[in-house]
Design a protein around this ligand. Structure first.
Ligand code: AKG
Ligand code: MN
Length: 193
């Protein structure tokens, strides 16, 4: 199971039907209704702005995660997040202890170019990313060569980025002009300090 995305300095696998479409639809509804979605502020260039998406941070007791000058304190696992984490951890043979949930409400919501390389994730983090709801483009860009790759993340899919990926590649989820329905993304992570 799973498709290796063949790129230099990366170890990326895409599993399109990690969840069957019916299950993915149910999970999308459940997560929409049960997670504590909020729109946080971000400080950039001395200005405070709303991030262009909703998010929620869950994990083992009070784990903290800092990025873009925000400190998120983990809320306790919900039952559905815990069962998703167990399935993803079993598949990846990796012990995740936190998840960042993102809700892209429409085509105007996005996440800019970045690597998941915060110090608390350690040197070669394993990032496991589940998608539910509308399909979105997910772009990758090599930091040195600027090589680009576009993936389409479908509902029920799992994307695993590991090895050197975060050290050489950035990724983003771009805004789009055409109408796009909401999408939920869960990125499971392991905070190591
Ligand atoms: O929504 C996605 O697929 C990517 C989210 C992401 O890169 C992140 O939360 O770090
Ligand atoms: Mn990311």
């Amino acid at each position: 199971m799973g498709l290796k995305i063949l790129l230099p300095d990366a170890d990326i696998t895409y599993i399109e039907n990690f969840y069957a479409k019916d299950d993915a639809d149910k999970l999308y509804q459940q997560l929409t209704q049960t997670l504590a979605w909020r729109q946080d502020d971000i400080r950039m260039f001395g200005k405070t702005m709303k991030i262009p998406r909703l998010q929620a941070w869950y994990g083992d007791n009070n784990l903290r995660y800092r990025y873009s000058n925000m400190t998120l304190v983990a809320m306790p696992w919900t039952a559905s997040l815990l069962s998703l984490k167990t399935k993803v951890s079993d598949y990846c043979q990796h012990d995740f202890n936190a998840v960042l949930a993102n809700m892209y409400r429409n085509q105007h919501d996005s996440v800019g170019w970045h690597s998941d390389n915060e110090p608390e994730l350690g040197e070669m983090p394993v990032i496991a990313s589940l998608s539910f709801g509308a399909k979105r483009d997910f772009q990758l860009k090599h930091i040195k060569t600027q090589e680009k790759k576009n993936l389409i993340l479908d509902s029920g899919s799992l994307l695993i980025m590991q090895g050197e990926t975060q050290n050489y590649w950035q990724h983003c989820l771009p805004k789009r002009a055409r109408t796009i329905m909401p999408r939920i993304n869960l990125t499971f992570r392991k905070i190591t300090r």
